[in-house]
Design a protein around this ligand. Structure first.
Ligand code: GLU
Length: 293
């Protein structure tokens, strides 16, 4: 019987799954099965130029080999444009977004300029803040005006159960603002990760987001977006990152750590679990759930 717990693994199909992904997916899976909950797969393929169907097929194959199953059909971000556009419109209607045409070089130059004042400490100095949303052109990014956003909602507290930050967290608005106004949509690419992930986690009824500790800081922005959009705040579990023998984080281009390679060399799913420091999987796996959608 389901306890109402729902989590997800949300890879981008831009390369092979490596041990770090396996750890993330297995951690989410183990947390779901221990709670009689649901494990979902979401394909984060907004960046059409970098995503490939063959990587998605390889990811599914690796996950199934590990013993994981998930409800079909899965959510694919490339098909969620209307939901993202609605969220962007809602933030725009609240007067919180503006079009930005700054290039990376413009931002570097503005940050290096002597009299930038408070803006100088920010990752983005707010150069385009005064531009009207109606002036948005096809080559513009859309940014969230954090000062305006924080004036109408503070980032709400969230429950975190990962090893590094366990506890209840209330993000610091000043630290969030110091990061600069985030990009919510990019020219030609549609919505950016931060907005898509928040919209999708809510649409899929995710009760606990399981992901790497590298995204812990981003959660402050995600819970703020949830508050602004009137979405529920899930619990979070930011797990440790799997590193190689030299202590470096694994990257998708690091084929030496690709699951496919260990598989080809005869490793079993429990060998993979042992390599990433997890206990053996359950012998009997629940059948995949089906959904009429
Ligand atoms: N696609 C993201 C990644 O691969 C997922 C991040 C998340 O789980 O929120 O890192």
């Amino acid at each position: 019987m389901s306890t109402g717990y729902v989590t997800r693994f949300a890879p981008s199909p831009t390369g092979p799954l490596h041990l770090g992904h396996a750890f993330s997916a297995l951690t989410a899976w183990d947390r779901a099965t221990a709670r009689g909950g649901v494990f979902r797969l979401r394909i984060e393929d907004i960046d059409r130029a970098r995503c490939r169907p063959e990587w998605e097929a390889a990811i599914r194959d690796d996950l199934a080999w590990l013993g994981l199953s998930w409800p079909e059909p899965v959510v694919r971000q490339s098909q969620r444009g209307a939901a993202y556009a609605a969220a962007l419109r809602r933030l725009g209607d609240l007067g919180l977004t503006y079009p930005c045409r700054c290039t990376r070089a413009d931002i570097r130059a503005a940050l290096a300029a002597p009299q930038e004042g408070a803006g100088a400490t920010r990752a983005y100095p707010g150069t385009c803040r005064g531009r009207s949303p109606d002036a948005a052109g096809p080559a513009d990014a859309i940014r969230l005006n954090l000062d305006a956003a924080l004036a109408i909602a503070l980032p709400p507290a969230f429950d975190e159960s990962g090893p590094e930050h366990a506890g209840r967290h209330t993000p610091d608005p000043a630290a969030l603002a110091a990061g600069g106004d985030p990009v919510l949509a990019r020219p030609g690419l549609g919505v950016a990760y931060h907005l898509a992930v928040v919209v999708d986690d809510a649409a899929e009824g995710i009760t606990e987001v399981v992901r790497g500790a590298d995204l812990f800081e981003a959660t402050a922005l995600h819970v703020l977006l949830q508050a602004l959009l009137g979405l529920p705040v899930p619990a979070y579990h930011h797990h440790r990152l799997v590193r190689d023998a030299e202590g470096r984080r694994l990257a998708k281009r690091d084929d030496a750590r690709a699951l496919a390679r260990f598989r080809a060399e005869g490793a079993t799913p429990d060998d993979i679990r042992a390599m990433v420091g997890l206990s053996p999987g359950r012998a009997a796996l629940p059948p995949p759930r089906r959904e009429g959608r």
